[in-house]
Each structure stands twice: as structure tokens, then as C-alpha cells.
Design a protein around this ligand. Structure first.
Ligand code: NAD
Length: 466
């Protein structure tokens, strides 16, 4: 165990009660400070860092990083007073003479481990929930976006004492060292494979976890869908962040009758959004590093070797980690592309004739983080929602479920455990503490030992009537 981490953890453990007892106003002040830093003081530094990390366009940084964190802060500030209130609950007749409530108390010392794909958003959004709930926090951001991690470290050092909130830059080894500590809660965002490692480490201390994981999120386009409208959001959602989005449409299941119209519209929209040469477009970012670039180009070559058809794109340039917007059909079910999360600008396209085929196919896989439906038929929409399982769903659009902070965000089983955003994030960083107070003598006092036949009768009556 690295002594520095141990000492930091101990310092936070010592201060967890003073931090946990901070008032509503003190927590609001912390959230205000974080908001000012992101929205104003460090805004340009954040944009520059993300461009340096993976050529993320400024507008995308503004909308998918800065805006979403600022929105999370505003939502927490608007609701915190209500969240911190005691939640009164009714009293059953058998407990007459008592009253009960529960309150959200901080879990204590928390660990946030974040990924690289939305490095600011996926680090600071859970931090907002942790602060709102009154926790101390150690943050371990991704080593793959070092420029953004550096700016975040500066912000945290600037605003907080390290016994309250600290950010440790480091790689997998750092993460593994931190995971040995007996945190009260771990909030992890990343791949399902690492999620299992995190959960195994957490189990040693019975630490609770929120796991925000990934996977293959299907998009269904039925025969009634308005392709023209669908394409606007689909091409955007697939290429936002260069496809490196946990809730990006991973693959499309399209009704046979719509395939040609879809491909024509998809090609036109790709050119409209990113020009004929996407490598020259300022709206198109890059794959984050060589490892992920090689993984994705290997998917393309593997698909080709298995007889898949390149409907669009398929070219790439290793000198710049650039991959063209690509659509691949006739994909063999044994290929990597058909089985692994894509996480890049490659869209597998699969056709169907009956909606039941689609439902069966989706239910034969891990529960997805997101499932999207493009259809004008409400019966089909309801049928899909009622007979499949997913973390979240958008109808006739995609990826926007993560932008409404009144909605819970997260997967189910293979795509995640627990929820984040707004109240749901606050809840995951809190313990529901139950409190019952006796005020007067009540019926249960009649049932204390020694047990007699008369008391047995009373117990029978209690079961029957109370
Ligand atoms: P990752 O799992 O490789 O890494 C995430 C974090 O875990 C990093 O900080 C990394 O240092 C750490 N880590 C990596 N290997 C580790 C190990 N063996 N032990 C301990 N810690 C380790 O994920 P990534 O590549 O950064 O992000 C991409 C993945 O994250 C995709 O699968 C994507 O779907 C998922 N994701 C999910 C969400 C969500 O909200 N559900 C959001 C974004 C990304």
C-alpha cells in the first residue's frame, strides 16, 4: 500500500463527520465554487486540454462536458434543500405511539474512478452528487486524457482541502492501490471488465458500489419510422465524441424495407455534417489512442474477412488515429464487431422482417445501457419497451436521456449497478437512515414477555387486524 494514499484516506476518514455535518448553505457554497471554476475561470483551459487529448471540438466540450456538469450543479442547488429534509413516513397501527422518518446521511469516504471518454463530465458530475450528499472524496481520473486530468487536478487543489476532496492522477496501478482501501462507497465509470474488478475489490470491505458501465446499445428502426428525421439524430449520436460515448447507438436493427432509404440518407448526412473528407472537418474528433485505434481497425478487418459488406467508409489513417464514418452490413455473428462494444464511428447494420426477431435477439444479449426505438407505431414502441430490458430508452432520438437530470442514468446488471444524475446520484452517495421514536405507550407494550395465552390471542389479533 502506497503510504501517501493511506495517509490521505486516513485524513478524510477523520474529517468525514465534520464534512458530513456541513449545512445546506456550506454545500451550496462548494457547488457554487465548482460551478464558477468550470463555467468561467477554467473554461478555456478545459477546452484546450480536451482538444490536446483527442481533438474534441470546442462546441462538443461546451455541450457535453461543461454544460452537463453545470446543469448537474444547478439541478443539485435547486433541489438540495428538499433532498436534505427528513422524509416522514406513516405509522402502522401496531406501532401507535411512535413516529418515524428517514434521512439521507453521507456514506462517508468515497472513491470516484472515471474514464477518458467524457473526462470532465464523468468525473465532476458524480462529484456534484457526492458533495451534495456531504461526503469526502478521492478522485482517480483516467490516465488516457492526461491534459484534462491535469486541469481537473488544478481545479480541485484550488477549491478544496485535500482532507475533503483530493484528486490523484495515475494509471491502472494507482487505481488498484486505491481499491485496497476500505472506502464507504465507490463510484466507478468504465468498462464492464474493469467494473467486475472494482466490485471484487469492494466486496473485501463490503463497500457499496455504483458501476456505470458500457456495452452494446441497440437501435431499432421499424417499417413506420421517419428515416429523414431519424438520420439527423442517429448520425449525430453515432459520431459525437467520434463514437466514444457509452450511450452511443452501437448497432442498428432496421426493417428490410427501409435499408436502402436509410443508407442513402445516412451517407448524405455524414457528408453534410462532416464533409466528403471527415479528416478535414473541425466537427470530427479522433480515437483517443493507438490501442483503441488498433482495436477498431481490427474490427473492420475482421468483419471484412468474415464476408461483411462495407456500406460506407471503412478507411483509416494511423498517423492521426482517424477512422472514417463507417457502416458495415452482412456481419457474421462470430465477428468481434457483432460481439464487442464498438466505441467508435463504425455502425453495424442488421436487417429484420418481424419485430419479434429483434426482441429475441436483444434479449439473448447482456441488458444494454441504452435501447433506442425509431417508430411511428405506439403499439410497437410499447411492445419493445415491455418485452426488453435496458438502462434507458429514447424514442425517435438517441443519447438525450443523459441530459435530463430528472431521469435516472445507469445500466442494469451487465451494463451497470446503481444510478447517477440529480436525485438518483445524491441517493447513491447517501445511506437511507431510518429513525423511529416512541412518544407514548402503544399496543406492542402489551406483548412483551412473559408470553401467555392471552398475549398469544393479542398477537393473533395484531396479525389479523393491524
Ligand atoms: P476502463 O474501464 O478501461 O477505465 C476506467 C477507469 O478505470 C480508468 O480510470 C482506469 O485507470 C481504471 N482502470 C482500468 N483498468 C483497471 C484495472 N484493471 N483495475 C483498476 N482500475 C482500472 O474504461 P475506459 O476505456 O476509460 O472507458 C470506456 C468504457 O467506459 C466503455 O466501456 C464505456 O461504455 C464505459 N463508459 C460508461 C459510461 C456510463 O455512464 N455508463 C460512461 C462512459 C464510459
Amino acid at each position: 500500500m502506497d503510504n501517501r494514499y493511506f495517509e490521505l484516506f486516513n485524513a478524510q476518514q477523520k474529517h468525514q463527520y465534520s464534512v458530513g455535518n456541513t449545512s445546506y448553505n456550506q454545500r451550496i457554497e462548494k457547488l457554487n465554487a465548482l460551478q464558477r471554476a468550470i463555467q468561467y475561470t477554467y473554461k478555456q483551459a478545459i477546452r484546450d486540454a480536451m482538444y490536446a487529448d483527442f481533438k474534441k471540438p470546442e462546441i462538443e466540450t461546451d455541450l457535453t462536458e461543461i454544460y452537463l456538469v453545470v446543469r448537474e450543479i444547478k439541478h443539485a442547488k435547486a433541489n438540495l434543500r428538499h433532498w436534505l429534509k427528513r422524509q416522514k413516513v406513516p405509522t402502522p397501527l401496531a406501532l401507535l405511539g411512535t413516529s418515524s422518518y428517514y434521512k439521507y446521511e453521507p456514506k462517508g469516504v468515497c472513491l470516484i474512478i472515471s474514464p477518458w471518454n467524457y473526462p470532465l463530465n464523468l468525473t465532476f458530475s458524480p462529484l456534484v452528487s457526492a458533495i451534495a450528499a456531504g461526503n469526502t472524496v478521492i478522485i482517480k481520473p483516467s490516465e488516457l486524457t492526461p491534459n484534462t486530468s491535469k486541469v481537473m487536478a488544478t481545479i480541485i487543489n484550488d477549491l478544496f482541502d485535500e482532507y475533503e476532496i483530493a484528486l490523484i492522477e495515475g494509471d491502472v496501478e494507482t487505481s488498484q492501490e486505491l481499491l485496497k482501501l476500505p472506502f464507504n462507497h465507490i463510484f466507478f465509470t468504465g468498462s464492464s471488465a474493469v467494473g467486475k474488478i472494482v466490485m471484487a475489490a469492494a466486496s473485501k470491505h463490503l463497500t457499496s458500489v455504483t458501476l456505470e458501465l458500457g456495452g452494446k446499445s441497440p437501435t431499432i428502426i421499424d417499417e413506420t419510422a421517419n428515416i429523414k428525421k431519424a438520420i439527423d439524430s442517429l448520425v449525430w449520436g453515432k459520431h459525437l465524441n467520434n463514437g466514444q460515448t457509452c450511450i452511443a447507438p452501437d448497432y442498428v436493427l432496421i426493417h428490410n424495407s427501409k435499408k436502402d432509404e436509410f443508407m442513402k440518407a445516412y451517407k448524405e448526412k455524414v457528408i453534410y455534417y462532416y464533409s466528403k473528407d471527415a479528416s478535414a472537418s473541425a466537427s470530427y474528433s479522433r480515437i483517443v489512442n493507438d490501442r483503441h485505434f488498433n482495436r477498431l481497425t481490427d474490427y473492420i478487418e475482421d468483419a471484412k474477412q468474415h464476408g461483411a459488406k462495407i456500406e460506407l467508409g471503412g478507411n483509416y489513417d494511423a498517423t492521426d488515429n482517424f477512422i472514417e464514418p463507417t457502416v458495415i452490413s452482412y456481419l457474421n455473428e462470430d465477428t468481434k464487431l457483432a460481439n464487442e462494444e464498438v466505441f467508435g464511428p463504425i455502425l453495424p447494420l442488421k436487417t429484420f422482417d418481424e419485430i419479434d426477431e429483434v426482441i429475441q435477439y436483444i434479449n439473448s444479449k447482456e441488458k444494454p445501457l441504452a435501447l433506442y426505438i425509431y417508430s411511428q407505431n405506439q403499439k410497437t414502441i410499447d411492445k419493445i419497451i415491455n418485452t426488453t430490458r435496458a438502462g434507458g430508452t429514447c424514442i425517435n432520438t438517441n443519447a438525450l436521456q443523459g441530459s435530463n437530470h430528472d431521469l435516472p442514468f445507469g445500466g442494469s446488471n451487465g451494463s451497470g449497478i446503481g444510478k447517477t444524475h440529480g436525485f438518483f446520484g445524491f441517493q447513491d452517495f447517501s445511506n437511507h437512515r431510518a429513525v423511529l421514536k416512541r412518544h407514548t405507550f402503544g399496543p406492542l407494550n402489551l406483548l412483551l414477555p412473559p408470553y401467555t395465552k392471552f398475549k398469544q390471542k393479542l398477537a393473533d389479533l395484531t396479525i389479523k387486524w393491524f
